[in-house]
Design a protein. Structure first.
Length: 127
């Protein structure tokens, strides 16, 4: 430490060279600190924009999901209905019902045939 103090107070040119090297080292440290700060500022800005996009998208998805939960289907359709009653050998009767759209008129098997109009309301949970 004593030799460093002597060189700094020396009247020769070595002290100015030592001071310049010390200044260069300090400037390199300052430049690296400044670069780290600028880099972190860029990351913070990028993270903020990314978070804003995420929040906007999640809010939109929550809105759409809420609308889908409240949605219900109301449909009206026309159909043909006929039923067929079969008697088995053991005496039990089996009734089979058939439905078809009015465009596809199927011939009615031996049973009753009726046309009808049905309005149905379906919600999110099946019957």
């Amino acid at each position: 430490m004593k030799t460093l103090n002597q060189k700094l107070h020396s009247q020769r040119g070595a002290s100015i060279l030592l001071a310049l090297l010390f200044l260069l080292a300090c400037m390199m440290v300052a430049a690296s600190v400044l670069m780290a700060a600028a880099s972190n500022a860029g990351k913070i800005r990028s993270n903020y924009e990314e978070q804003q996009r995420y929040l906007a998208l999640s809010s939109a998805l929550r809105l759409v999901a809420g609308e889908l939960e409240k949605a219900e289907y109301r449909g009206q359709y026309t159909f043909n209905l006929w039923s067929e009653i079969r008697t088995e050998e053991d005496g039990t009767e089996t009734t089979t019902r058939y439905y078809s759209s009015p465009r596809r008129r199927a011939s009615s098997p031996a049973g009753s045939c009726q046309s009808g109009r049905r309005t149905e309301r379906l919600t999110g949970t099946p019957c």
